[in-house]
Every structure is written in C-alpha cells, then in structure tokens.
Write a protein that binds this ligand. Structure first.
Ligand code: MN
Length: 317
C-alpha cells in the first residue's frame, strides 16, 4: 500500500521595491513608487501605486497639485493621516480623510486639484490608479466616497474600500474585479484570508515587519502573488503594529500606454489628450476654486510611446 503525499509549497512571492520620485513643486514632496516598474506594469487593473509619508508638512510643504487632467483611469485616494482638499471638473469639492476612500473616474477626461489642508501637520497615505478596460475607458466622469466600517481579522482589522474581503463588500462599483483594503495587524499576529483564486494580489507594507505567504517584506515594499491560491496568510513578525494595503484583481490583459496623467492604448491618443489639455479643450472641463494656474503638460518624448503589459506569467512548478 502506498500513499502519495503532497506537500504544500509556499506560493512564490515576487518582491517589488519602491523608487523615490519627487512630485515637483517648490518644496517637492517625494513619494515611493512601486507600480509601474520594469518588472511589473499592473496588478489586476491597479497600475500605479504611490506611497508617501509620514511627512512633516512644515518641512515638506505638503501636497499642492494644481489642476491637471486624466484619461482612461480611476484615482483612488486613501490616507493614514492628514487631510486633502479635492476639486474636480465634475464640480465635486471633497475632502480626503483617513479611513475614507475617494474614487474618481476620469473616463474620457476629467481634471482635478489636490491640496493638503492648512490643519494638516502630518501627511501619510497612498495614491493609487486603476486602468479602465477598453469597453469602459471612454465612460463619463464620476466620483465616489465611502467610509468602510472596520471588520475584525485574527489579530487585527480590515477596512475594505474596494471589492470583498473578510465578509465585507465595498459598495463602490468597479469596471473590472478589484480588491483594495487597509489591514492592521497587532504584534505577533497572523491572519489567513480567503481570497479569490482568480485574483493576483499585491501587499504594500506601510509599517511593521510582515510576511506575505511566508516571504518577509520590508516597509515600502510591494509583494506580488500570482493567481491560484484560495487563501493568503499575512503575519506581523515584529514587536510593533503593522499597517498594510492589500490590492487584488483579475489579471488585466490589455496593453496600455501610460504617460504623465494619461492612460491610453497608443501614442496618438496620448498626443491628442495632451493637445486637448494644452488648448483647454472641453474634454477635461475646468476646476473652480483652485488658487493658481493649471499644470502644463510636459513635453512628449521624441520616441513613440509603446504599449506595455505585464511580463509573461512565470511557469509554476
Ligand atoms: Mn491626479
């Protein structure tokens, strides 16, 4: 009599390190960018991950981003501390606050400004973008706000701002299947989450010593896990609380061109969007109430922008 025994193998976690990117301005705020990068363009439809702070606003000047355009994407703003005043060409005037998600859909074209409020002393959070799929990328402008109730995890809490996790579902609609959640874990805690096996996942460490499916991640690193597993175990192996952002989605199969604040499919679309912004065309509308000029588009590179997707999936054993 023989028994075939299978040994569970730790799923392979790919580490994506951050690079520091100055946002510009007189006292430039610097962000840690983990998407896009050479090794990976997207996780699900998540295509841009900027992580910043905690920044002492007295030293950095905080955030002051003049009106600028977007096409083909959604912006997802999530703060850990501080407050940002948002104005856009839908006419929305809103505040981004800790634990409250603001999702703005650019569709065919929108513009907005983002300014940290005078009462903000420490600015700390993430700015995320979602690529819109072909059939919806020319949709109309939209803006959503949601305050998720914290849900209990083993040894911590989750705040689900997009999609479903730990029994909670965000009411904010998405154009592709997505997950976005803030997780906190107490020192020494480990939690095993049920996840959608059709999703790939990214785990961004804000603070703490954390393992994702057994692989250690440092603060500001983004761990990537391919589709397949039905559970994901995350542990806080350190002596201090951990705070994380968990992103997920079904692999986004379209190749995209990302340039400045635009997501398109080819070079010509980007040229047209840039020209429309520079000529203040109706496509983007206008922001009222921002005390200053709109941001001019940078000069296009001399080379032709080429669409990018993810590298081919690694063969799993
Ligand atoms: Mn923006």
């Amino acid at each position: 009599m023989s028994t075939i025994e299978t040994h569970p193998v730790d799923p392979q976690v790919e580490l994506l390190s951050a690079r520091d990117v100055p946002l510009g301005g007189p006292r430039a705020m610097t962000v840690r960018r983990t998407l896009p990068q050479r090794a990976r363009t997207l996780i699900g439809a998540w295509c841009f991950v900027d992580h910043y702070g905690p920044d002492d606003v007295a030293a950095t000047g905080g955030m002051d981003v003049a009106p600028h355009p977007h096409i083909g994407l959604q912006t997802v703003s999530w703060l850990f501390s501080g407050e940002i005043e948002h104005r856009d060409s839908l006419g929305v005037h809103a505040f981004v606050r800790p634990g409250e998600v603001n999702l703005m859909t650019s569709g065919y074209g929108i513009c907005h400004s983002e300014v940290s409020t005078p009462g903000t002393t420490v600015l700390h959070g993430v700015q995320l973008w979602v690529a819109l799929p072909e059939e919806h990328r020319h949709t109309s402008r939209d803006f959503r706000h949601h305050v998720p109730s914290p849900v209990a995890l083993d040894g911590g809490e989750a705040r689900v701002f997009l999609g479903t996790l730990a029994g909670d579902t965000s009411p904010v609609p998405t154009f592709t299947p997505l997950l976005g959640a803030e997780l906190t874990l107490r020192p020494g805690a480990s939690t095993t989450l049920s996840v959608d096996p059709a999703f790939e996942h990214g785990l961004l460490v804000d603070q703490g010593e954390v393992t994702m499916a057994g692989t250690p991640l440092k603060p500001a690193e983004l761990g990537y896990l391919a589709p397949g597993p039905t559970t994901l175990t995350i542990a806080n192996t350190g002596p201090t609380p951990a705070r994380l952002i968990l992103l997920g989605g079904t692999p986004f199969e379209e190749r995209i061109v990302m340039w400045w604040n635009f997501i398109g499919r080819d070079h010509q679309e980007i040229v047209e969007a840039r020209e429309a912004w520079q000529s203040a065309a109706d496509r983007f509308g206008s922001v009222t109430g921002y005390p200053g000029d709109r941001l001019p588009a940078p000069v296009l590179p001399h080379t032709t922008l080429t669409p990018r997707g993810n590298p081919p999936a690694a063969q799993s054993g």
